[in-house]
Structures are given as structure tokens and as C-alpha cells.
Ligand binder design. Structure first.
Ligand code: UDP
Length: 240
């Protein structure tokens, strides 16, 4: 395996919403299969890959249509369960791609996932297993972005990779302004000050405290994950 990767141990955050594809609801399995191939390339290159996946395609705690819920906390727990459904689908796709995986849940569900135990997660990664962290942080009032920053900090990841549908952070909205340019890198302080919407503020603040860089990149471009690991000029690096 390649040893001169720019990043060796990575935490890849994928959004739940991206799993919709062209569907109005649920999971587009062809998208999961594409992600699984990307992750396999990364593992074959010698990277240790941990994943956090969102649940926005199924249920979100804070959403306009969620306002009929009587409590935010109750809705958030439902959101965390939604991430477990995605996590199980992702685990299946990764195994179909020939990878060895473990699913670790922040909420105990012993029939389908291991409980989250930090040292066990690290051991799995050392053994070349792909680790999927489900159920977010296990706590309401947080997001899966924050779960990504938390788990990345705990396992000593080299970087948080935020896989999105856009090529990175731009000077303006590239869909509205043709002169918009991508930042190759940007100071985290600027992300916070200008509210550049890389991740939510709790997640960005935690990444800052851990000194963890965040790399925002387009997960829908085949080969991009591998390019990121190689240190090629892909996406936007948020650094401190
Ligand atoms: N959630 C939570 N605590 C966590 C992670 C997630 O309460 O630590 C809930 C929250 O309601 C959130 C939902 O789970 O809206 C789905 O996660 P998220 O919105 O982050 O998913 P994404 O936007 O990435 O699809």
C-alpha cells in the first residue's frame, strides 16, 4: 500500500440528503455503490477510513415539517435513528464492494451494531476495517457534522473530509455568479467570521479546538476521494 498519502486516517462525512439522488424519498442504492467504490480505492491506497453519515433523506429534527413535533429532543432522537438506517445501507454497500466493515452506534442497538467504544474503533481501523459511526453523537441538539468532528477528534484522524455535491468553498454562489472562484484553502477563522457554511458552527468550533483541518470536496466526482488523499488540488481545505 501507498505510504506517502497526504492523509492516512480520515473521517469521511457524507450527507443523508445526497443519498436521495433523483428520488423524493429514501435511498438511491447506485449512489451508495459509487461511494463504496470510492472508499475501496482509498483503503487500497493504504488509508484508514471512518465514516459518519447523516439522516436528512429520512428525517431531520429541525425542519419546517418537523415543527409539529412536541419536542426538539424527541425529533432529534428520531433523526439519529434515521442515520442508523443510512449507516446500515452504507455498511451493506461497502461489504458488497469487498470491504470489511464494522458499524458502531452511539445509541445501544446490540442486535445490529457494536456500541461505540473509542479504543475498539481505533483497533478496527488499524486492522484495515472500514468503521461506520451511526446515531450521530447519541445526543439531541447536535448534528451529524458535529458527530463527524467529535469522532474525528476521538480517533485521532488527520482530517475531516466533508463530501458534498459542490467542489468546495467559493467566493460567491457558483450557481448564481459565473465569476465565483473556489478557494483552495481558507482560514477557519474566516469560515466562522463569514459563516461560510462549511459545517455547522458547533462542528467547526470543535474541529478548531482539536486543530483538525476540514476538507470540503465534491464526493460525486469519481476518483476525488483518492485525489484528496494524494494531496491534489481538489476541494477547499479549511485550516487553523
Ligand atoms: N441528530 C442529533 N444528534 C446528533 C446527530 C444527529 O440529534 O448527534 C439528529 C438531528 O435531528 C438531525 C438528524 O439527526 O437533524 C439527521 O442528521 P443531519 O441533519 O445531521 O443529517 P444530514 O444533514 O447530514 O443528512
Amino acid at each position: 500500500a501507498d505510504t506517502d498519502l497526504r492523509y492516512k486516517r480520515v473521517l469521511l462525512k457524507l450527507s443523508g440528503e445526497a443519498l436521495l439522488g433523483d428520488q423524493a424519498f429514501g435511498i438511491d442504492h447506485s449512489i451508495l455503490a459509487t461511494y463504496a467504490r470510492e472508499v475501496r480505492e482509498a483503503v487500497e491506497a493504504g488509508a484508514e477510513v471512518a465514516l459518519v453519515i447523516g439522516g436528512g433523506n429520512i428525517f431531520r429534527g429541525v425542519s419546517p415539517e418537523g415543527t409539529q413535533m412536541s419536542s426538539r429532543a424527541h425529533a432529534d432522537y428520531m433523526g439519529m435513528l434515521a442515520t442508523m438506517i443510512n449507516a446500515m445501507a452504507l455498511q451493506d454497500a461497502l461489504e458488497n464492494a469487498g470491504l470489511h466493515t464494522r458499524l458502531l452506534s452511539a445509541i445501544e442497538m446490540k442486535e445490529i451494531a457494536e456500541p461505540f467504544i473509542r479504543r475498539r474503533a481505533m483497533r478496527h481501523l488499524e486492522k484495515g476495517r472500514v468503521v461506520v459511526f451511526g446515531a450521530g453523537t447519541g445526543h439531541p441538539y447536535f448534528s451529524t457534522d458535529t458527530a463527524a468532528a467529535l469522532r474525528a477528534s476521538e480517533i485521532g484522524a488527520d482530517v475531516i473530509l466533508k463530501g458534498t455535491r459542490v467542489d468546495g468553498v467559493f467566493t460567491a454562489d457558483p450557481e448564481k455568479d459565473s465569476s465565483a472562484r473556489r478557494f483552495a484553502s481558507v482560514y477557519g477563522a474566516e469560515v466562522i467570521q463569514r459563516d461560510l457554511k462549511v459545517m455547522d458552527l458547533t462542528a467547526v468550533t470543535l474541529a478548531k479546538e482539536s486543530g483538525l483541518p476540514i476538507l470540503v470536496f465534491n464526493m460525486n466526482t469519481p476518483g476525488n476521494l483518492r485525489r484528496v488523499l494524494n494531496g491534489e488540488d481538489v476541494g477547499t481545505l479549511v485550516h487553523w
